[in-house]
Design a protein around this ligand. Structure first.
Ligand code: DP6
Length: 351
């Protein structure tokens, strides 16, 4: 049975109230194969999505907690990235704390100093919000464990993803590995709109060592927030067909991941990436995040596949950079035939 919001409310009184605590956590980023695009209510997805966890691109977070003298209904905190105070990030974190307060009422009892750093470079375009909110949610659950009587491992796993989702939708898929599904799908057991799950089937060995190399067509942190794009889906002319596709695609993708069907995995992964960008190009107002370099790399990948049969494909997130996905065993060939022949810097080994 899936958990409900009520299950994540805390009924017990806390039995332990420390004055000072230090808690650390690490959380990975992820890349969606079938994309989350469009949302409703409080961070609920329009459709289910499925992702690979990027184990080597992580946010590492340490929080220093001090019990507050006077209780307020707002969480008192400061956020530091690479040891520097980052006021720009604080409104989003404040919004997150507010959204999770009913489910973690103990957070207002402490003053929070949050120190984060990412193992991936700023230039990578990987959004740190997914790994960042997942890391912070892990800390909140760790704190809950220290304050209240123990619950099941499943409760803690689902609640971590549930909290992360309230920070950023894709963060719900950054709390476990190697694959996560977020969003209720009638044909996939245990799935929920409230949190992401690790599917209960074994994924084929070929996908366990899959690689993601990011071609940096555009350097720098992601500029356009996905929130605008999600909102445009509410009135999008293709909303219903997109929903239908996403439900079909998630089911098909789970089949390919189980059976190791790389050929269909490639077709579907690329179709999803292009559909995501097609939705951006056909929303009102429309916008275009791909750059000439994005198209150039896409063609190179497709031509290489045609000429050599190598099972390499691409996906895109909400930006111009290209994620190149391939099985571990063709790494050396790709180095020679693709990565050494392009003018863009590439970050390797991010799964
Ligand atoms: C294109 O999770 O960044 O990467 O919930 O508003 O924080 P918010 O959006 P966000 O959207 C991610 C969109 C995507 C597709 C995906 O990761 O599934």
């Amino acid at each position: 049975m899936a958990f409900t919001e009520q299950d994540f409310l805390i009924q017990e009184k806390w039995f332990n109230k420390p004055n000072n605590l230090v808690i650390k956590s690490v959380a990975p980023s992820n890349i969606a194969l079938v994309k989350y695009w469009g949302k409703h209510g409080i961070q609920l997805p329009m459709n289910p999505s499925i992702s690979f966890t990027l184990n080597k691109s992580q946010t590492q977070t340490t929080v220093y907690l001090t019990a507050v003298d006077k209780l307020s209904d707002k969480v008192s905190f400061k956020f530091y990235l690479d040891q520097k105070h980052q006021a720009d990030f604080e409104p989003k974190i404040a919004g997150f704390f507010k959204k999770i307060q009913d489910f973690a009422p103990f957070i207002t009892h402490f003053d929070w100093k949050i120190y984060s750093n990412n193992t991936f470079p700023h230039s990578s375009g990987i959004a740190s919000s997914a790994s960042g909110f997942a890391a912070l949610s892990k800390i909140i659950i760790d704190l809950e464990k220290q304050l209240y009587p123990p619950k099941t491992a499943t409760y803690y796993a689902h609640k971590t993803s549930f909290l992360a989702r309230l920070g950023s939708g894709s963060a719900s898929r950054s709390t476990a590995h190697p694959v996560m599904i977020w969003g209720h799908h009638p044909d996939i057991k245990q799935t929920s709109d409230l949190y992401a799950i690790v599917p209960d089937f074994e994924i084929h060995p070929v996908f366990k060592t899959y690689k993601d190399s990011i071609v940096l067509v555009e350097k720098g942190q992601k500029k356009v927030s996905s929130t605008v794009g999600h909102n445009l889906m509410n009135t999008h002319a293709f909303k219903n067909i997109r929903k239908q596709h996403a439900f079909e695609h998630v089911l098909q993708m789970t089949g390919y991941l189980k059976s190791g069907d790389i050929e269909n995995f490639i077709k579907l992964t690329e179709a999803e990436a292009l559909e995501l960008h097609a939705l951006m190009m056909t929303s009102s107002p429309n916008y275009l995040l791909m750059q000439p370099g994005t198209i150039k790399i896409i063609h190179k990948i497709r031509n290489l596949r045609k000429d050599t049969g190598l099972p390499v494909c691409f996906t895109l997130d909400a930006g111009a950079n290209v994620h190149v996905l391939y099985p571990d065993e063709i790494t050396r060939q790709l180095q020679q035939l693709l990565f050494s022949k392009i003018e863009f810097e590439t970050i390797h080994d991010y799964v």
